[in-house]
Every structure is written in structure tokens, then in C-alpha cells.
Design a protein around this ligand. Structure first.
Ligand code: DP6
Length: 892
């Protein structure tokens, strides 16, 4: 069996394709040009397995099996690629070489979008491009993208442009067989990294008239289309290409808006007319024009474009994007459930609200009204990026990966770790009776995971899959009565064998991530059907992943054990902890007056900003009297404590007769002093740990009803620091994403070496953050194989890390500009690897050579001078450098 998985991006045209001269070969009536957008935000992913044992071709689209024979466009792509494979096999055999007869094997295809297909976003382009690219890789065909684009075009016209990154033209061609109707790259993504896009999702509904149907009606009935085809598009294509090559936003913006408007004009000119824009779309058009008119320097700052639907895509230079997002959010506010704007590039400061309008007198704030919440349901901030990617086996839609505990060689003296962690491929688990299979979308780390690695939990074994918190999508169910769950986003109840008894577990209790229960740090997990609850819609993925274990523990401690009610005075200790924070959120939502303790004043302030009445610093001896003054004559009805220890000597005098202490942990000490004073006041001490399935469901209902969200006030956690450095630095971790990196770096302020080799999901924005945050301490940065990192990552690292000695950007998407910048900013550079950075030319290398006098080791393999059109491999001799041997001899 052979299996390949690839992803492909969405593209948004700035000169639109509308009209076919041949509907079966999908040959267009005009050239078009588009911009490829980042796959980190929107992509289609396809896994294809071919095997001689498969009995039929099978297809799963977004989790559902479909009849492959009914999908004519996909069928076209299979027919074409299989024919090419058959020809290749014949040729190989003619030369006496053995070759697997893949062209005759059946295939299993699994494809999914990371965005709702019905959202009106360009799913056919990315979907068909992913299919064709994956087939080409599976069949070992040439991956000359222009060549493949002729096949992708027959799946969906616009798909041919998604085979390239950056700026892409689809040349209509004139041959009847379509052989010259193909896509070509006008410029790579690294050419104009400053250009970004904002997708305003105006309608989640499926569009009324499909592009395929709509465009042929236009061809038949619109006289204006003929004018567009003959007179307008040919001139615009030339101007647009030049504007892109010159990075001339003014011309780019004018042409983009004009072409979008003309495309919608030909739709109106169709009989019967096609209306893709709605009131919200038109208001966005007005807003963008007003914003441009008010531009302080008189230059255009934004350009809108609309495809066959009401969603707007606004292109703008990076520097104006924040202002534009604020502006759109002001006039088209989103729901407050976190689904509106995810801020992937961290343009907002923490706590910064959306919706400010430009502080600019020339801007007419009354240009459009403020629309009702939901007119724009989502804002997706994205940027120009690369073309299809082959992704690792771990990303296969037909396989599973997991992060597994491995025995450490010896206990690490510094960190005390008994176990290491390793990314391992394991078979996808199968649901059995009563179970469901969940594809994990996000998981969260608990302190518990760290203690497990130290061997501080009984029964832990090497080979266990770690992790107990996660959110994911149900992809398979055992019983057809649960089939409505398939495709649903769920959070997972982390405990086992505790159904509903409020006193404690009915059976042998266990938690996911401790042997024998497999954990959540995996691509898939099988759990009982009763242990999944629909993800609360107001929570982001990260928030949802942080809820289960902490939320369950906090809920039981707060309500079942401490019996917190509205009006109660409640003390929650150690407010930096995840459970304490959730207990605080729950108690506040229930109407209680919450007081907190912490050893860190900033956490107390943060807790107050989240609704606590007050807090005291337990490091001060005066904390009991400080709390007494805050209570102002009142007493505590409950203490919710996760620390234990000597503080119990003091609680009693602050507590009311008949009050309760719910203790769920022992971060300070494993004992508590519980004197007769408590007994005489009828105060109860109640132990609490985790919670039942019933409490979990109650907790989720409560979180939904009160719209509670997990928050974090903690800055750093000493033990975690080591764990995370270990993961980042010692392992190639394909699953590592920007979110992880932000988190790691927040906790590793003194990192000297950063190695995220092969972490293809890491994006330049997290590197910018890393560099800014770590400032001068980084000396070695290795980003090899992070295939979509671009110049921005290198700019940021060079700017903030002047002590940089070693830089490995092999296979990253960078250009000479980045190296020229490194040359200026990092004079101490000793080692450089730019192998397979095909845009690097002599220009960048010479700049380094002149400025970095210590540069001794380099790797320039497969650097091509493509931009200059020379298309030859750059050889070190061409640069007049000493070869490595000579330089070693020289040193001797
Ligand atoms: C308005 O590529 O979806 O987005 O070739 O019939 O599959 P088919 O149509 P499709 O049309 C896209 C039209 C457009 C403009 C564009 O992307 O150029």
C-alpha cells in the first residue's frame, strides 16, 4: 500500500475568471489572476492510499462517504492522472525497470476542509488542487505545477491557480484541446510578503447560483461580458502583473476593486440577473472607499473583492490591517462567543477590544450604519502564502499519531524527569460497542502531565499516551443511533468508571493519559459515547481544550462539595492555578462574592479585573487580617483550596459557623492542620477530586448558560519550563503549532537555542513573537523544513537577536532580502544553511560574505537563481568562496 497526504490553499482572484468557452474541458473565456492565501488559515487536506488489495475506489468528503463515480469532476482528475501513470509504468517497463502497477490499483481518498464547505469560501479550488497534487505525488508524476494545472483545471477552473503559492495567472490559451490553458506563477509568496488579506464571512448559507451554472448563463446572455473579455481583461492582466512585480499597492488596489465590480456588473447583465452581493457586501464596499478617501497620505490602503457570493475579501498592506479589522468590527460587530475573530497574527494586545474606528477627522463615521450582530459572522485574517504541501504521515486522514511516554535513560538531575516523550505513529483506534472515535483538534497541558513525566503518579508506564484534556470532532461511531454525533465538535470527559454517585466513583476510577487509559495528545482517541459533550460554542478551540479536567474538578469542588450559592462569601486560594481560576469563574457566575489568595500581586489584580471582590497576598504574614478587613465584618461560607498546609491554622477564625472547606489539592503540603476550633464551629473539611460524568455534564450546561470561559493569569511555571524546552529543543515535533510555540516561549525566557526543525505548522508570526520576546538571548535558530516560513521570520530574528551565531532556514520560503537583512544585523553569524531555498541568489550570499566575517560553515545546496531567470544551481565556487576543505586546511 502507498499513502500520501497533501494540503492545498485557497486562492482569491483579483482579475476574475467568469465564463467557459468549453465546458467539458473547462477552458475559460478570459485570463485570470489570483492571490494564494495561507494554508494555516484555510486549506483542504487530502489523503490517498492505493493498494492492490482494495476492491473499489472509495471517497470520504469532510467525514462522509460519497459515491466516487458520481463526482464527474474528480473522476476527470483520476482519469487524467491514471493515464499519465500508466504511460510512466509502460515506459519504465520498456526500459526493463520494475514498477508497481499503481495505475491499476484502487484508491481510498479522504479529503476535508479546515473551514465549513457551506461558508461560501472557495472550497472547490483548494479541494481539487489538493486532490490533483496528492494524486501526482502518489503516482510519482512530474510536479511541474503548470503541467498539473491542466488537470486541476478540469476539476474546477479556479483550482488550477491553487497549485502555486504567491501570485498566479491562469492563461486562457487558444488550443481546442486545452493544452495551453494553464496556470503560471507571476511571483512567489515571498515577493510581496507585506500584502495581507481579511476575509469577511458575510453569509454562512450556501450560495444561490453556483459559479458553474451562473457563468454559463452570463456567457449566453450578457453583451457586457463580450466587452470585458475582448477589451478590459487583456489590458488589466498586463497592468496587474506589473503592479505585482512593482509591489505597487495603489494600482493593485484600483484594479482589484474595478475588476470585482465589473464581474458583479456582468452578473447583473445576465438574464435572469445573478445577485451575489447583499446589503452587507455593499456596505463593506462603501466603507472601504470611505476609509481610502480618508487616508492621511492620500494613498489607497485597502481593496475589496467579492467572488460568487456575498463574502468580502479585503487586501491591504500589513501595516493597515489592524486598523481595517477594527473598522470592520465596529460596523459589523460579531457575536461575543469567540467565533468572530481568532487573531492568528496577534495584532491585538491582550484585553484589547475590537471595534475602534480610525482617529482621523477626515473619516466620515456616518458613512454606513452599524449593522446588527452577525451580519459579518467571522473575520479571517490571512496573508499571501505558499502552494500545496506534502505533509507528514502523522497528518494522514487515514492514520493516527500520538505523543507517547518513553523511559528516560536516567532520571534527569535538573528536571527530575523519569520519562521522556516521543512522537510515535500508532494505529488509529477503532470504536467498539458504545464508543465513538474523536479526531483531536486541540489539547491542553495540565500540571498533571508534568507530574506524570516525573513518575509521581502510580501505575504510569512507558508507552502510555499522555494528556487528559481535548476538544475534537467525532469522526466515527459504533452504533448507528449515535450517527447524529458524526461531524460534531465535542469536549471529552476525562474520567472513567464514575457515573453519577455524588459521594465518589462507583468503580475503579481512572483519568485519560494514565495507563491503561490512552490520553489526548494524539490525533485520534476512542472514548465512551457518554463521555463527549458538545463543545460550548462561545469557547475558542484552545479554551474548549482547557475546560474538561480543570472545569470538572472546579465544578465538583465549588458546587457539590463547597455548596456555593448566590450571596455566599467564598475564598479561593492560589488563584494562579487552572482549577482555582475556573472555580472563581463558576462561583462568580453563581452570584457569590469571591475573594482570592496569591503570592503574586499581579494575579490578584487580574482576578479582581475578572470579578473577584478582593484578594490577599499569602506571602505576607498579615494576610488573615488583610482578608478580615476586606470582608468588612462578614465571614466566609466556603473556602476552596488546592494547596493544603499551614494556612489551615488561619481559615477557621475567618469562617462562619457551619461553613465548608473543599480541598482538591496539595500544592503546598500533603497535610492540613484541622483543629477542634473547626469541629466546635461545625465546619466541614471535604476532600474533592475530579468529578462524575453527571457533574461533567452539569458543568458543561453551566458553562453554556453563564457563558463562562477559562482564563489564564499565570505567567510562568518553573517545572513546565523545563518540560517545554525539552519538547521544543530535543524533538522534531510536527504537531507543534504557533499556539504551542507562543506558550513554550512564554515559559522559556532564557532560551539560547531554538530548534523547531520540520515543524511545518509553525508560522512566521510566532517566530516574530519569539524573537521580540527573547530579545538578545538566541544564538542558534534552526527552522529547517518549516516550509512556509518566509522573510518575516528571518527579519524578526535578525532584528532582535544580534548575537545569532547559527541560522538554519533550509527549505524555508525566503529570498535574498532576508539574507541582506541578516548580513546587516547579525555580524557574528558563523553557520548558515539555506539549502533548498530556491529564491536565494548570489545577491544575498554576497551580502553575508561581506558583513559576517566569522561565517565558516554554509550549505547552499539547491539554491536556484529563479528570480533572475538563470535557473541554475548556485555553486559555492561561483561565489569565489573557499570550499569547506580549503577553509579547514587554511585554519590548520
Ligand atoms: C467568481 O472555479 O468555482 O470565484 O470552473 O465551474 O468550477 P468552475 O468554477 P469556479 O469559478 C470561480 C469563479 C470566481 C472567480 C475566480 O475565482 O476567478
Amino acid at each position: 500500500m502507498k499513502t500520501v497526504t497533501c494540503t492545498a490553499p485557497v486562492n482569491i482572484a483579483v482579475i476574475k475568471y467568469w465564463g467557459k468557452r468549453d465546458t467539458s474541458l473547462i477552458l475559460p473565456t478570459n485570463d485570470s489572476l489570483s492571490v494564494t492565501l495561507s494554508q494555516d488559515i484555510l486549506h483542504s487536506k487530502t489523503t490517498i492510499s492505493a493498494s492492490e488489495t482494495f476492491t473499489s475506489d472509495r471517497l470520504w468528503l469532510n467525514g462522509k462517504e460519497e459515491d466516487i463515480t458520481k463526482n464527474k469532476r474528480m473522476h476527470n482528475c483520476f482519469r487524467e492522472t491514471r493515464a499519465l501513470r500508466a504511460a510512466f509504468e509502460e515506459e519504465e517497463r520498456r526500459h526493463g525497470r520494475e514498477v508497481a502497477p499503481l495505475s491499476t490499483w484502487k484508491v481510498h481518498v479522504c479529503s476535508e476542509n479546515n473551514f465549513p464547505t457551506a461558508a461560501g469560501l472557495a472550497s472547490s479550488a483548494s479541494g481539487l488542487a489538493a486532490l490533483v497534487f496528492t494524486l501526482a505525488k502518489l503516482f510519482d508524476l512530474s510536479t511541474n505545477m503548470s503541467y498539473l494545472s491542466r488537470i486541476a483545471r478540469q476539476g474546477s477552473g479556479s483550482a488550477c491557480r491553487s497549485l502555486f503559492g504567491g501570485f498566479v495567472a491562469w492563461e486562457m490559451g487558444s488550443e481546442a484541446d486545452g493544452s495551453d490553458s494553464l496556470a503560471v506563477q507571476v511571483a512567489p509568496e515571498s515577493h510581496w510578503p507585506d500584502l495581507q488579506a481579511l476575509i469577511c464571512v458575510v453569509s454562512d448559507a450556501k450560495k444561490g447560483t453556483s459559479s458553474t451554472e451562473g457563468m454559463q448563463n452570463t456567457v449566453k446572455t450578457s453583451p457586457l461580458l463580450q466587452h470585458r473579455i475582448k477589451e478590459v481583461v487583456p489590458a488589466r492582466m498586463k497592468q496587474m502583473k506589473q503592479a505585482i512585480l512593482d509591489r505597487d499597492f495603489e494600482t493593485f488596489a484600483n484594479l482589484t476593486m474595478q475588476d470585482s465590480n465589473q464581474f458583479h456588473a456582468v452578473c447583473l447583465d445576465t438574464l435572469p440577473p445573478i445577485f451575489y452581493l447583499n446589503d452587507t457586501s455593499r456596505a463593506i464596499i462603501k466603507l472601504v472607499h470611505e476609509y481610502n478617501n480618508a487616508s492621511p497620505d492620500g494613498k489607497l490602503r485597502a481593496a475589496y473583492t467579492f467572488d460568487a457570493g456575498p463574502n468580502a475579501v479585503i487586501y491591504a498592506p500589513k501595516e493597515h490591517m489592524k486598523e481595517i479589522i477594527q473598522l470592520v468590527a465596529h460596523y459589523f460587530p460579531g457575536a461575543a462567543d469567540g467565533s468572530y475573530f481568532a487573531d492568528p497574527y496577534r495584532i491585538l494586545q491582550s484585553n484589547e477590544a475590537l471595534g475602534a474606528i480610525p482617529a482621523n477627522d477626515r473619516f466620515n463615521a456616518a458613512c454606513i450604519p452599524v449593522f446588527p450582530v452577525g451580519a459579518v459572522s467571522r473575520l479571517l485574517h490571512t496573508e499571501v502564502a505558499d502552494g500545496p504541501r506534502v505533509v507528514g504521515k502523522d497528518e494522514s486522514l487515514l492514520n493516527a499519531d500520538a505523543i507517547v511516554l518513553v523511559k528516560a535513560e536516567q532520571v534527569n538531575k535538573e528536571t527530575g524527569y523519569k520519562y521522556g516523550v516521543e512522537l510515535q505513529q500508532v494505529p488509529t483506534p477503532k470504536p467498539s460497542e458504545g464508543q465513538v472515535l474523536v479526531k483531536i483538534q486541540a489539547f491542553s497541558f495540565n500540571h498533571r502531565d508534568n507530574w506524570i513525566r516525573k513518575g509521581q503518579y502510580p501505575g504510569i508506564k512507558a508507552g502510555s499516551i499522555c494528556g487528559s484534556d481535548a476538544v475534537g470532532i467525532v469522526t466515527e461511531v459504533w452504533s448507528s443511533s449515535d450517527s447524529s454525533l458524526v461531524g460534531k465538535e465535542v469536549i471529552i470527559q476525562p474520567g472513567a468508571n464514575w457515573d453519577s454517585d455524588p459521594r465518589g466513583p462507583e468503580g475503579m476510577y481512572g483519568i485519560l493519559g494514565s495507563f491503561p487509559l490512552s490520553g489526548t495528545f494524539a490525533e485520534y482517541i476512542v472514548v465512551d459515547r457518554a463521555d463527549v459533550a458538545l463543545r460550548p460554542k462561545h469557547l475558542s478551540l484552545a479554551e474548549a481544550a482547557a475546560l474538561p479536567l480543570g472545569g470538572l474538578t472546579a465544578y465538583r469542588a465549588t458546587f457539590t462539595k463547597a455548596e456555593v450559592r448566590a450571596g455566599d462569601n467564598v475564598l479561593i486560594t492560589g488563584i494562579g492555578g487552572g482549577v482555582a481560576l475556573l472555580a472563581m469563574a463558576f462561583a462568580i457566575a453563581a452570584g457569590a462574592n469571591v475573594y482570592v489568595t496569591s503570592g503574586d500581586e499581579s494575579k490578584i489584580e487580574k482576578a479582581k479585573s475578572l470579578g473577584a471582590k478582593g484578594g490577599v497576598n499569602y506571602k505576607k504574614e498579615s494576610w488573615p487580617s488583610d482578608l478580615k478587613s476586606l470582608l468588612n465584618g462578614a465571614q466566609l461560607n466556603a473556602v476552596i483550596d488546592g494547596a493544603g498546609g499551614s494556612a489551615y491554622l488561619k481559615y477557621q477564625s475567618l469562617m462562619k459557623v457551619g461553613s465548608i472547606i473543599a480541598c482538591y489539592g496539595m500544592t503546598a503540603e500533603p497535610q492540613v492542620p484541622f483543629g477542634m476550633g473547626y469541629v466546635l464551629k461545625n465546619i466541614e473539611l471535604r476532600g474533592s477530586t475530579m468529578g462524575s460524568r453527571r457533574e461533567f455534564n452539569e458543568m458543561v450546561a453551566f458553562v453554556n448558560e453563564k457563558q463562562v470561559r477559562p482564563v489564564n493569569v499565570s505567567k510562568a511555571n518553573g517545572e513546565l519550563v523545563h518540560a517545554l524546552e525539552f519538547l521544543v529543543l530535543r524533538y522534531r515535533w510536527d504537531l507543534l503549532t504557533d499556539d504551542h510555540l507562543f506558550m513554550f516561549v512564554d515559559k522559556c525566557p532564557n532560551l539560547h537555542v531554538l530548534n523547531v526543525d520540520m515543524c511545518k505548522r509553525v508560522h512566521h508570526m510566532s517566530l516574530e513573537y519569539v524573537a521580540t520576546y527573547l530579545n538578545t538571548s538566541l544564538e542558534e535558530v534552526s527552522l529547517s523544513g518549516c516550509t512556509h516560513l518566509n522573510n518575516y521570520a528571518v527579519f524578526a530574528i535578525a532584528e532582535h537577536c544580534p548575537n545569532l551565531k547559527s541560522l538554519n532556514v533550509s527549505e524555508c520560503s525566503i529570498t535574498d532580502e532576508a539574507l541582506v537583512f541578516v548580513a546587516k544585523k547579525c555580524p557574528h553569524l558563523e553557520r548558515l544553511d539555506v539549502s533548498f531555498c530556491r529564491w536565494i541568489t548570489e545577491v544575498g550570499i554576497q551580502a553575508l560574505r561581506e558583513n559576517c566575517k566569522n561565517l565558516r560553515e554554509w550549505n547552499l545546496e539547491a539554491c536556484f537563481s529563479i528570480l533572475g531567470g538563470i535557473d541554475k544551481e548556485l555553486r559555492e565556487e561561483d561565489l569565489g568562496w573557499e570550499t569547506e576543505e580549503e577553509s579547514v586546511q587554511g585554519e590548520e
